[in-house]
Design a protein around this ligand. Structure first.
Ligand code: SF4
Ligand code: SF4
Length: 87
């Protein structure tokens, strides 16, 4: 099972929201109360439930290469496979 995390280079973000609509987990939002140095509301990740899968759709959609995606594997919980083994 893959999990992910993204880092947004806010100085490059122009608040176009292409990434927010692309994200299948719906965890990207424009920061309504903040502006970056260019005067745009930058995108931010709000992922309290660790839903990001590292799919990178957001980074692929971004025309300004403002998003870096980190993807890592998460070991499944042992109980998930408990029924598969004869004891
Ligand atoms: S990597 Fe995928 S799941 Fe994570 S924020 Fe980007 S589009 Fe959403
Ligand atoms: S697609 Fe890129 S420029 Fe547009 S809001 Fe997302 S991070 Fe910012």
């Amino acid at each position: 099972m893959a999990k992910g995390r993204i880092v947004v280079d806010e100085s490059r973000c122009k608040g176009c929201a292409l990434c927010t609509t692309a994200c299948p987990q719906d965890i990207l939002f424009l920061a309504a109360e903040r502006l970056n140095a260019r005067g745009y509301h930058p995108v931010e990740l709000i992922d309290r439930q660790s839903k990001c899968t590292g799919c990178a759709l957001c980074a692929m959609m971004c025309p300004d290469a403002a998003i870096t995606v980190y993807r890592f594997k998460v070991a499944p919980h042992p109980k998930v496979f408990a029924g598969n083994y004869a004891m």
